[in-house]
Design a protein around this ligand. Structure first.
Ligand code: ADP
Ligand code: MG
Length: 371
């Protein structure tokens, strides 16, 4: 188990810069998830850490040792890929033993390690099977087992669950969480799926176009996204983003508010201190689960600074426990609202949205969060 430190890491393929000045501190034993859309550089970053790609510039330390120019073998890392990369002609046992054998380990030690790992991963009954005789989830467990027996200082996972069907993915997600609890090994896990990131991570690193957008605990990213990219990426359904335009601040304007217009309606946006001028663009963010429908929930308390917007329901999606209302505002902006699954609201109904001021996120013209 070891810490990992990335200092100003750059990676270019020819003239194309794919990783742009990434600096990160990963603590020993931490479970860190790299999340971002396809093509943002997640796999490349992982391959740089394990040594499958050469770092163009910057320094990589594992356990406070500079490993930037060490070979993958010397780094003490194990990687689990999306394609399990098992040897088809070997049994589960031999697949797990292979790396240790080539490293010249003692036969009885290898056996003990495989039996221990097989127990943790519930593979004990399957050690004599070949990969073709296993389900997708079992193959993935063998790939993880092969990594465990190497007793790496750091585990790397590259989208290990992407090839599994939805219910198996949820099951394996829980198993990986449990595994991390019991092994307590530093883990870096790559996924494009924000739900996996939220549920597995101690710390999430959101990546976009080779850059780090934000680093934080799952809940800090959910509660305080640093910019529009993170706001849109974390949370499902995604945060609603509504355009607003500032209006000239009044002389006696309370400094706690920004005067603005949303969809032709005057509003006061809660904000502690923000110097703004007339007619600046702002984005108001509000999560679907934080919008109330007036008249639906008797307990809703409406405060003076809250926003109210009249809208019409376009579509209702019923999932059972919750329903999603698809709505458009007068200026055409689409809005999604999560309501109770028991709600009787239906298409074409005119309703009033209630947006609690305390739940609003504000972003400036360049998409950065306004405090
Ligand atoms: N060996 C390579 N040569 C050239 N470009 C590459 C190579 N590997 C990855 N890339 C490019 O780097 C970018 C990031 O790729 P990748 O790290 O695989 O993204 P992700 O894993 O987030 O989907 C992509 O634009 C991809 O085309
Ligand atoms: Mg990838």
């Amino acid at each position: 188990m070891a810490s990992v430190s990335l200092k100003n890491i750059h990676k270019s393929f020819g003239k194309i810069e794919v990783i742009k000045d990434v600096s990160l501190e990963i603590e020993s034993g931490e479970f860190v998830v790299f999340v971002g859309p396809s093509g943002c550089g997640k796999s490349t970053l992982l391959r740089l850490i394990c040594g499958l790609e050469e770092i163009t510039s910057g320094v990589l330390e594992i356990g406070n040792e500079n490993v930037t120019s060490l070979s993958p073998r010397q780094r003490g890392i194990a990687m689990v890929f999306q394609s399990y990369a098992l040897y088809p002609h070997m049994t589960v046992y031999k697949n797990m033993a292979f790396g240790l054998k080539t490293a010249g380990e003692d036969k009885s030690k290898i056996d003990q390690k495989i039996r221990d790992a097989a127990k943790v991963l519930q593979l004990d009954q399957l050690l004599n099977r070949r990969p073709a005789e296993l389900s997708g989830g079992q193959r993935q467990r063998v790939a993880i087992g092969r990594a465990i027996v190497r007793e790496p200082r750091v585990f790397l996972f590259d989208e290990p669950l992407s090839n599994l069907d939805a219910s198996l993915r949820i099951q394996m997600r829980i198993e990986i969480s449990r595994l991390h609890e019991s092994l307590d090994c530093t883990t870096i896990y790559v996924t494009h799926d924000q739900v996996e990131a939220m549920t597995l991570a101690d710390k999430i690193v959101v990546l976009s176009e080779g850059k780090v957008e934000q680093v934080g605990t799952p809940m800090s990213l959910y509660n305080e996204p640093a910019n529009l990219f993170v706001a849109k990426f974390i949370g499902a359904p995604a945060m609603n983003l509504i355009q607003a335009h500032t209006k000239a601040p009044l002389e006696d304007n309370e400094p706690r508010y920004i005067n603005a217009e949303i969809s032709g309606k005057s509003v006061r946006l809660p904000c502690l201190s923000y110097n703004y001028k007339d007619n600046q663009n702002l984005t108001v963010g509000i999560r679907p689960e934080h919008i109330n429908i007036l008249g639906e929930d008797q307990k809703t308390q409406i405060l003076e600074e809250d926003l109210q917007l009249p809208v019409v329901i376009d579509l209702v999606e019923r999932l059972g426990d919750v329903s999603y209302l698809y709505i458009h505002m007068e200026d055409g902006t689409p809005v999604v609202v999560t309501v109770s699954g028991q709600s009787k609201l239906n298409i074409d109904k005119k309703i009033n949205l209630h947006i609690p001021a305390t739940k609003i996120h504000l972003f400036n013209e360049s998409g950065e969060r306004i405090m």
